[in-house]
Design a protein around this ligand. Structure first.
Ligand code: ADP
Ligand code: ADP
Length: 242
């Protein structure tokens, strides 16, 4: 079954220069267990599209069309349902500061939070789950008793991935998950994401300006230009045309 279906999705920001459509009539499908890469130059609308998927856009943005997650439209969902769908059905790994870690909370507490907030685990079960998540992403458990500034960039990104996996989502949205990392660490983090999504049969949308990263991670590729998908298909085919 189709995990995610986008139908004619348009996103407009009401900026100082008037109404600027950042995403124009995008339609895409993603099957469970599949990885879709979204490529395109800076400003082509990739991040806007990624944020629209869970309605994480700024208030001045307007979205139209349909975003069906397991057949349910994210855009018309009631607020309470949307809160449950975020984390439990789909989860985001951002490169940027948008959903960065809280500098004054212990890492283990931040990892446990989505589980506790959504009533998915008791405090004791959440502690066990956090230990398990840290092991999955290759982080020593004692690190989690510390704070984000005590970690390297690669370790922080591992924590973000652990957080995205905390509630066992069916879809991961990865927006430039490794861009801030140096090349060696980048390769490690990408290998980690790939093994985790394969192992758990998770669908993924990965946004990147780096075609080689997308080609190594994704089954299919969509290329955006000025807010539109101008090309899409199996990675190797799209690559041949590039
Ligand atoms: P990409 O991720 O491909 O770099 P973005 O989605 O960030 O592209 O941006 C797409 C377009 O929307 C750009 O023209 C950008 O200037 C504009 N844009 C992005 N965020 C905002 C915002 N909060 N308000 C107004 N315009 C924005
Ligand atoms: P707030 O501070 O109002 O909770 P945020 O902008 O941090 O707002 O997040 C908005 C919503 O998105 C929150 O309900 C949060 O649960 C959810 N959210 C934040 N980060 C993620 C993520 N990585 N994956 C899924 N949902 C997220």
């Amino acid at each position: 079954m189709t995990l995610l279906e986008l139908r004619d999705v348009t996103v407009t920001y009401r900026g100082t220069a008037g109404e600027v459509p950042a995403v124009r009539g995008v339609s895409l499908d993603l099957a469970a267990g599949q990885a879709l890469g979204v490529a395109g130059e800076s400003g082509s609308g990739k991040s806007t599209l990624a944020m629209a998927l869970l309605r994480l856009l700024p208030r001045d943005a307007r979205v139209s069309g349909e975003i069906l997650l397991d057949g349910e439209d994210v855009l018309t969902m009631k607020w309470g349902r949307l809160r449950a769908v975020r984390w439990a059905s789909a989860s985001v790994v951002f490169q940027g500061a948008q959903h960065a870690l809280n500098p004054v909370r212990r890492i283990e507490d931040q990892l446990a939070e989505p589980l506790l907030v959504h009533g998915l685990a008791t405090p004791a079960a959440a502690r066990r789950k956090v230990a398990e998540l840290l092991e999955q992403v290759g982080m020593p458990a004692w690190r989690a008793r510390g704070y984000p500034h005590e970690l390297s960039g690669g370790q922080r990104q591992r924590v973000m991935i652990a957080m995205a996996l905390a509630c066992s989502p069916r879809l991961i949205i990865a927006d430039e998950p490794t861009t801030a990392l140096d090349v060696m660490i980048q390769a490690q983090v990408l290998a980690l994401i790939r093994s985790l999504i394969a192992e758990h049969g998770i669908g993924m949308i990965m946004i990147s300006h780096d075609l080689s990263v997308l080609a190594s991670m994704c089954d299919r590729l969509a290329v955006m230009y000025a807010g539109r998908v101008v090309e899409s298909g199996p990675s190797h085919e799209v690559f041949q045309d590039a």
